[in-house]
Design a binder for this molecule. Structure first.
Ligand code: GA4
Length: 329
């Protein structure tokens, strides 16, 4: 249940009766170097819509370079950071999430991954050349996108779908509508007084895209909702990546995979920094179940383009189930 708190951190939602301290040790672990990974990925997508990958190909220096630029940016005075805002949807955002009144104990930068994106404002706050920031973001995003594509190809193989690039080609398309987000959750010492209640950093939601790739520092906070209705805390691991099934992949598999509902709770002592790549299709792409997965089944969804879904998503609140609007009755 979500209610509002007393002064100080009022206007921020909290979750009641929630113990952050006990970690779930059942998050599926996929070793990308192992030959049987493709079947394990399919199983993880069916059971959790979520898994963790190790032995990935993303160079550590790309991660640390971007992370250090992000730390520098978030350590700047608020008045400086605000020069790169508000997030509409791209830019610097503080506490306000999306256009419909959602708030959380978080500040963030939301970027488009397309080559025309203007890094000028971020660069001047950091006192560096815009091309330095562009290169740091591009290096990281390109490596993570490559890994996301490899995972999607393994997924297609595991599902026996041909060609194996049915999903990955959507991210590889030069018009792919993908976004990148850096989230900083400052510590909130005031929450120590709420024994089993926790402040919401980023409220529960599912990601609208195909696949999301998250990397965080070593601070806890991420929780996912299991099929049994329990929220579980995911142990942080800065050396691995966490993968979310998004709403679009749920539709393309005709509901065989479910997009994972997740949220982030604030920490009272440590700051959390996460970087998330959201892999989306081109705006004109029709999002519909793949014929080879239907086997005589009916589609559970009305046909729509990614543009239509995104437009509709931006009219919803964060926690809403955005896909119900597109389910066949
Ligand atoms: C959730 C996933 C991504 O962070 C995001 C978010 C977007 C935003 O923060 O601007 C949305 C949210 C996300 C889903 C519903 C709408 C749009 C906030 C919101 C209330 C960048 C995205 O693509 O969708």
């Amino acid at each position: 249940m979500v209610v509002l708190t007393k002064p100080g951190i009022d206007h921020f939602p909290i979750v009641k009766n929630c113990k952050l301290s006990s970690f779930f040790n059942g998050v599926p672990l996929i070793d990308l170097s192992k030959p049987n990974s493709k079947n394990l990925i399919v199983k993880a997508c069916e059971e959790f819509g979520f898994f963790k990958v190790i032995n990935h190909s993303v160079p550590t220096e790309f991660i640390t370079k971007l992370e250090s630029e992000a730390i520098k940016f978030f350590s700047s005075p608020l008045s400086e950071k605000q020069k790169a805002g508000p997030a509409d949807p791209f830019g610097y955002g503080n506490k306000k999430i999306g256009p419909n009144g959602d708030v959380g104990w978080v500040e963030y930068i939301l970027l488009s991954t397309n080559s025309e994106f203007n890094y000028h404002k971020f660069a001047s706050i950091l006192g560096v050349n815009p091309e330095t920031i562009r290169a740091a973001v591009n290096d990281y995003v390109s490596a993570v996108k490559k890994m996301a594509c490899e995972i999607l190809e393994m997924l297609a193989e595991g599902l026996n779908i041909h060609p194996r690039n049915v999903f990955s080609k959507l991210l590889m398309d030069e018009k792919s509508d993908s976004v990148f987000r850096l989230n900083h959750y400052p510590p909130c010492p005031e929450i120590q007084q709420f024994s089993d209640n926790n402040l919401i950093g980023f409220g529960e939601h599912t990601d609208p895209q195909i696949i999301s790739v998250l990397r965080s520092n070593n601070t806890s906070g991420l929780q996912i909702l299991l099929k049994n209705g329990h929220w579980i805390s995911v142990p942080p691991d800065p050396n691995s990546f966490f993968i979310n099934v998004g709403d679009s992949l749920q539709v393309m598999t005709n509901g065989r995979f479910k997009s994972v509902r997740h949220r982030v709770l604030a920490n009272s002592v440590k700051s959390r920094l996460s970087m998330i790549y959201f892999g989306g299709p081109p705006l004109s792409e029709k999002i519909a179940p793949l014929a080879s997965l239907m086997e005589g089944e009916e589609s559970l969804y009305e046909e729509f383009t990614w543009f239509e879904y995104k437009k509709s998503a931006y009219k919803t609140r964060l926690a809403d189930n955005r896909l119900v609007l597109f389910e066949k009755v």
